[in-house]
Design a protein around this ligand. Sequence first.
Ligand SMILES: C[S@@+](CC[C@H](N)C(=O)[O-])C[C@H]1O[C@@H](n2cnc3c(N)ncnc32)[C@H](O)[C@@H]1O
Length: 251
Amino acid sequence: MDFDDIVARLRAAGCVFAEDEARLLLGQAGDGLAGLVERRVAGEPLEYVLGWAEFAGRRFAVAPGVFVPRHRTEFLVRLAIGFARSRSVVLDLCCGSGALGATVAAETPGIELYAADIEPAAVACARRNIPGEVYEGDLYAPLPPSLRGRVDVLLSNVPYVPTEEVALMPPEARDHEPRVALDGGPDGLDVLRRVVAEAPAWLAPGGRVLFEAGERQAGAAADEVRRAGLAAAVEQSEELGATVVVGLREH
Ligand SMILES: C[S@@+](CC[C@H](N)C(=O)[O-])C[C@H]1O[C@@H](n2cnc3c(N)ncnc32)[C@H](O)[C@@H]1O
C-alpha cells in the first residue's frame, strides 16, 4: 500500500485531509499499516488510530474511549498559563487525556499538578501524559482533602454539550467518544454547575476556576460562578472560536 493508495482510500471514505492523514499513517506504521488504514476508513478518529493527539504544539497519548483534546481548548490553557506561577497548585478536573494540565506544567516549571477524571480509560491515559498525581472518581470526591483551600488554578474542561445536541455532533465524536465526555445535561451546564458550586472550597484566596463553554451558555455559566460567591469574567478568542468563563476567589 503506497501513499497514493492510502490517499485514494481515505478520500473515498470522506476524509477531508486525506493527504495529511496518509502522511501521518505512513509515518506511524510498519507492518500494521493496512490495519491502521482500515480503522480510519471505518470512521475511527485519526488520533485513536495514531495513538496520539497534537495539542498546543505537543503530542499526547490518547486511546479509544478517551476524549480527543480540541484545538480551541488551547485558549483555556493559555489563560491558565497566564495565571500560573512557579509553585502554583494547579488542578485539572475532568482531565481526559491530561493534555491541558500537562501543557500548563510544561510551560510553567515548578507547579504542583493534580488531575482527576471519572473514566478509567481517561485516568490511565492521563497517567501517561501528566507529571503529577491523577485520581479516579466523581469530580472532587477522589482528591486528597489536604488540597482544600490550596488550589491557585483550577481548569476544568467539563462536558457542556446539551443532551439534545449530542446527536448533531460529527460521527467521530458521537460514535466514538464516551457519552460522559460530551453530554452536559439538558442545558449543557449540569457538570459545570457542580464544579463551580464546590470550587470556592478548593480554591486558595486569589485562586481561579476556568472552564470552556458555548458562546450562548457563557452568560448563564457566569451567573453560576457569581452564585458560588466568585467574581466572574467571560473571555473570548475569535481566532480559536472559544469562550472561557473565569471565576476568581477574591478573599
Ligand atoms: C469534554 S471532556 C474534556 C477532557 C479534557 N479536559 C480535554 O479537554 O481534553 C470531559 C471529561 O470530563 C470527564 N467527566 C465527566 N463527568 C465527570 C465527573 N462527574 N467527574 C469527573 N470527570 C468527569 C469525562 O470523562 C471527560 O474525560
